[in-house]
Design a protein around this ligand. Structure first.
Ligand SMILES: O=P(O)(O)OC[C@H]1O[C@](O)(COP(=O)(O)O)[C@@H](O)[C@@H]1O
Ligand SMILES: [Mg+2]
Ligand SMILES: [Mg+2]
Length: 343
């Protein structure tokens, strides 16, 4: 047999996402397969969005859409395209009875009133990077509904609290396209093989290093940051950590997940509760990071313990390697103790 053929055949084709989901489902005798199917529906939409992200420059889907979302942000055309693609896939899939999206004011009833799950999502994360070919992503969070099956989903389905998520994850549209998710049994990562149209298992049991040497935050807001955050950032610089900030939460998070590091979006004068949204940015990434052995705080409080009150509420986010987050908290505690002494 010729060498090239041997080489080709020597390259094992990995475990597809579908195969992995089926194997995992078999580990849970009471699993009904609906959550598995919901994950597949999300992945189908991600494949379509990935195709549109890759060729956005060739199609008329770059630039402003010319409308604002509930956050008062200018929607990008790809924000709207991704939103439509995910909503359509979830409606057709039948497992989700309702959706909460960053791009829509209110929850979207899918018409699948028999569906047992609800999905909160950020269809396109890193919108400021869409037109400049920098990595962007999609973030999702899944809950089992608390409203009666067969009825219309209600606000309570989405305001259950971060620790009630049954699954969460993101898709990163970067130099390669990756799916990272958890169902509360560790973090798993799949890489998309474009030519086969399949996600293959690439990293199982992902764990973030306890310590890292990367800090990610928009230092353009330096003068608006609380003193204790500036103290921590100075500490990072004194320790010669590297500053890395892509400006796409998913991309900054993903790098730190694999290399170790900390991402900070503190409260600022402009955003006293931070910029990031609790239900479809902070909660899902916090669930993932805790499953990977890291930490996610909004100050002294764990992100997953924040009481949700509103669909689009914001929260400060300090997330990453556990020892780096501990060092940040030490700065907060020291400042509080200091002000008591002075006080
Ligand atoms: O430009 P800033 O203030 O640094 O904010 C960047 C942050 O805002 C976001 O773009 C917010 O997410 P969206 O793009 O989904 O609105 C994050 O991805 C990113 O980390
Ligand atoms: Mg976002
Ligand atoms: Mg977004």
């Amino acid at each position: 047999m010729s060498a090239p053929l041997e080489n080709t055949l020597a390259t094992p084709v990995g475990i597809t996402l579908d195969r992995y989901i089926m194997r995992k489902q078999a580990e849970f005798p009471f699993a009904t397969g609906e959550l598995s199917q919901l994950l597949r529906d999300i992945v189908l939409a991600a494949k379509i969005v990935n195709r549109e992200v890759n060729r956005a420059g060739l199609m008329d889907i770059t630039g402003n859409y010319g409308a604002q979302n509930v956050q008062g942000e200018q929607q990008q055309k790809l924000d709207v395209v991704a939103n439509i693609r995910f909503i359509r896939a979830l409606k057709n899939g039948g497992e989700a009875c309702a959706i909460l999206s960053e791009e829509d004011d209110d929850i979207i009833h899918t018409g699948n009133d028999q569906g047992r799950y609800v999905v909160a999502m950020d269809p396109l994360d890193g919108s400021s990077n869409i037109d400049v070919n920098v990595s962007i992503g999609t973030i999702f969070s899944i809950y089992r509904r608390v409203s009666p099956i067969g009825s219309k989903s209600t606000k309570e389905d989405f305001l259950q609290g971060g620790r009630k998520q049954v699954a969460a994850g993101y898709i990163l549209y970067g130099s390669s396209t990756m799916l990272v998710y958890t169902t509360g049994h560790g973090v798993v990562c799949f890489t998309y093989e474009h030519s086969l149209g399949e996600f293959f298992l690439s990293h199982d049991g992902v764990e973030i290093p306890k310590q890292g040497a990367i800090f990610s935050c928009n230092e353009g807001n330096w003068f608006e940051y609380p003193e204790w955050v500036r103290t921590y950032l100075l500490q990072c610089k004194q320790r010669s950590y590297s500053g890395r900030y892509i400006g796409s939460l998913v991309a900054d998070y993903h790098r730190n997940l694999f290399k170790g590091g900390i991402y900070l979006y503190p409260p600022t004068a402009k955003n006293p509760n931070g910029k990031l949204r609790l239900l479809y940015e902070a909660y899902p990434l916090a669930f993932l990071i805790e499953q990977a052995g890291g930490k996610a705080l909004a100050g002294a409080e764990a992100v997953l313990d924040i009481e949700p009150t509103d669909y689009h509420q914001r929260a400060p986010l300090f997330i990453g390697s556990s020892e780096m987050v501990d060092d940040l908290v030490a700065c907060l505690t020291a400042e509080a103790a200091q002000s008591q002494v002075v006080g």
